[in-house]
Design a protein around this ligand. Structure first.
Ligand code: HEM
Length: 212
């Protein structure tokens, strides 16, 4: 029963993660991507990437605090889809927006802090994505976990990247910043102990605590 539930959760994850891409392609073909489709693709893929990265980071705390084992198995696909959108986001910007003209890119954006924040975030995610296979998990042993901590600075840098490029209403990037902050806090052993005590005191439903 547990295995079946995990299987369906995984299928749902693939659908939910790929649906925005399908809608993006559909809107593109229907000419519904605003007057500036390239910018719209950059904005949408950037947002999808950040949302999926945060969902991926939420999986471990949900498992350690509420025993949601099946959710912890979604961490890898969600993270990889987040990285996929980050690649599409970067490729769209460099390829479609700038036609891979590195000289033009250098003149226009290389001095901009938000671009560097985005590039470093992407570079931090690259080794994480490459080493997310079972073979690498075995090969790297304990170092694998250390390496995968890079997802946190990558998420923080992505939020910073967003924050720097927003000129007026900063509520959305600040909301993402609060989410990353909360997820980081929940990884601290002291905070985890307090939450676990609170969970026991509130008698959190046991069916959620054994959903592996
Ligand atoms: C992990 C990597 C990255 C993430 C998660 C990310 C995320 C985001 C987000 C959330 C936005 C704002 C979307 C919105 O306003 O709705 C954005 C915008 C943008 N990103 Fe990234 N980004 C990343 C890497 C990069 C890289 C490497 C570049 C360029 C080389 C880049 C270039 C841009 C540009 C130019 C915009 C603004 C588009 C505009 O306002 O016209 N990003 N990104």
């Amino acid at each position: 029963m547990g295995r079946l539930k995990t299987h369906w959760l995984q299928i749902l994850t693939h659908i939910v993660s790929l649906l925005p891409l399908a809608i993006l392609i559909w809107d593109f073909r229907q000419d519904r991507l605003t007057a500036n489709p390239i910018q719209e693709i950059t904005l949408r893929t950037g947002s999808y990437s950040l949302i999926l990265l945060l969902l991926s980071l939420a999986c471990t705390p949900l498992n350690t605090m509420f025993g949601l084992k099946s959710v912890s198995r979604l961490r890898r696909p969600l993270g990889l889809y987040g990285f996929m959108y980050a690649c599409l986001h970067t490729l769209n910007f460099i390829g479609l927006d700038y036609g891979f003209n590195l000289n033009l890119l250098r003149e226009d954006v290389f001095g901009k802090a938000y671009i560097w924040a985005g590039v470093i975030a992407w570079l931090a995610l690259l080794p994480v994505a490459i080493t997310s296979t079972r073979g690498w998990i075995k090969r790297l042993g304990r170092n694998w976990e250390r390496l995968h901590w890079l997802v946190y600075p990558a998420a923080l840098l992505s939020v910073f990247h967003f924050l720097l490029l927003v000129k007026a209403d900063r509520r959305e990037p600040l909301l993402y910043a609060a989410a990353v902050g909360l997820l980081l806090l929940l990884r601290l052993p002291g905070v985890r102990r307090v939450v676990n005590k609170l969970r026991d005191r509130l008698k959190f439903p046991t069916f959620l605590a054994h959903s592996g």
